[in-house]
Write a protein that binds this ligand. Structure first.
Ligand SMILES: NC(=O)c1ccc[n+]([C@@H]2O[C@H](COP(=O)([O-])OP(=O)(O)OC[C@H]3O[C@@H](n4cnc5c(N)ncnc54)[C@H](O)[C@@H]3O)[C@@H](O)[C@H]2O)c1
Length: 379
């Protein structure tokens, strides 16, 4: 007797595949629906049918695109729990491939929800992957009066002057952990899509009486990350550069703060909210709760890889990039009892060990940089 049957869209991907393992180990039957995007899986070791070899053999596999007629409906057979992770995930790329991104990230959600709204299924709980990118800038506090403020995004003029930090009418600001209540200021098409699909799932889930949780993931890292895809995962991109004896390329001055969360902590967050039986429609951050600068990541990785290579500080900025954002993770713990277990350095060591056993990553930074510069998205 299983605890239920979970369908994981994007289950062959980085986070989805770990969620497959976690749900199987928790006693669920698992189906994976994935179209095996070449940009994601092109560099991985694949089996004869094109599935990544790391994918757990215990899961049922459905190769198909959610956007294609009938694919999602046919995947719902016997499904009681839905984890929606399939998406196009490149923030920079979303600013040029706007139609494709909106189709895959928002239209796909519409297709799924319309099918669910027509009934003929047993789905009784949903979890959906949202992203910290929908916040735009993280939360800040004024050093003058200690009050939290929501600053506007940095202007082109400010960035052109290479003034990276935010201020509020001249007052200095310090970044503080970002809560779910912060005003959303999505600054890329990817972020707009993620905000939309989060709200679409919550609205329809509520209307249909299907408890739904949107998890706003911060920067996930860990094994199975697409190492050759230049549009995602800064840690993987830096490792690929370092392994090719090239310096990690750092935008702005490298002092921007992010929150890196281990992929197993992300999988645990999904599994915990799916297994829980509270009748809720909630949004929760999933992060480590620790702020770390991009320079610190580059230096830590170089040290762990025993490479005497300093990051190359480009002093350039990417249109749509934010300065600081790291998670306040109290809500997920208070509501569901889930908290991250892994420390940053331990996690990075694991990532490096995995890279050593994976295929030699292709460093495509130069191509992606040229593409972004050509489209005036790196200045
Ligand atoms: N990795 C992160 O740090 C991070 C941060 C915030 C949010 N997220 C979100 O988490 C989810 C998973 O991200 P990931 O890093 O594992 O990405 P990934 O690219 O490794 O996995 C996504 C998977 O979805 C599949 N897919 C894409 N479109 C599809 C479609 N139309 N039909 C079927 N399959 C499709 C791809 O083939 C791929 O296997 C995404 O929704 C992403 O937006 C990730």
């Amino acid at each position: 007797m299983t605890k239920g049957h979970v369908l994981i869209t994007g289950g062959a991907g980085f986070i989805g595949s770990h969620l497959v393992d976690t749900m199987l180990s928790r006693g669920f039957e698992v189906s994976v629906l994935d179209c095996l995007m070449p940009q994601v899986h092109g560099d991985a070791d694949l089996d004869a049918d094109g599935w990544p070899v790391y994918l757990n053999a215990g899961a049922r596999r459905i190769k198909g695109d959610i956007l294609d007629d009938g694919v999602f409906a046919a995947s719902l057979d016997g499904v009681t729990h839905l984890a929606h992770l399939a998406a196009s995930v490149g923030v920079g790329q979303s600013m040029t491939n706007i139609v494709d991104y909106t189709r895959n990230n928002a239209m796909a959600a519409a297709i799924m929800l319309e099918i669910l709204s027509k009934g003929h299924h047993q789905v009784r709980r949903m979890a959906v992957a949202s992203s910290m990118s929908i916040y735009g800038e993280g939360e800040y506090r004024s050093l003058a009066n200690r009050e939290n403020v929501t600053p506007t995004l940095r202007s082109h003029e400010q960035l052109a002057r290479r003034e990276w930090e935010l201020s509020d009418n001249g007052a200095e600001l310090e970044p503080v952990p970002t809560r779910e209540t912060k005003l959303l200021q999505p600054a890329s098409i990817y972020a707009v899509n993620k905000r939309d699909h989060e709200e679409m799932f919550l609205a329809v889930g509520r209307a249909l009486g299907i408890p739904t949780v949107a998890l706003r993931l911060f920067n996930a890292y860990g094994s199975r990350q697409a190492l050759g895809n230049p549009y995602t995962g800064v840690a993987a991109i830096f490792i690929a550069r370092l392994l090719n004896d090239q310096p990690p390329l750092v935008f702005e001055d490298g002092e921007q703060k992010r929150d890196f969360v281990h992929v197993l902590d992300v999988a645990n967050a999904f599994a915990t909210v799916l297994e829980n039986d509270q009748q809720v429609w909630e949004i929760c951050n999933v992060g480590s709760g620790q702020a770390i600068t991009v320079n610190e990541i580059a230096l830590t990785l170089a040290r762990l890889l025993k490479k005497n290579i300093a990051p190359e500080i480009l002093g350039k900025y990417r249109v749509g990039d934010i300065r600081h954002c790291f998670a306040d993770i109290t809500k997920l713990e208070q509501l569901f009892g889930a908290r991250p277990q892994r420390q940053f350095e331990e996690g990075m060591r694991e990532l490096i060990d995995w890279v050593a056993t994976a295929r030699k990553p292709v460093d495509r930074s130069a191509t992606s940089m040229a593409e972004l510069a050509g489209n005036k998205l790196v200045v």
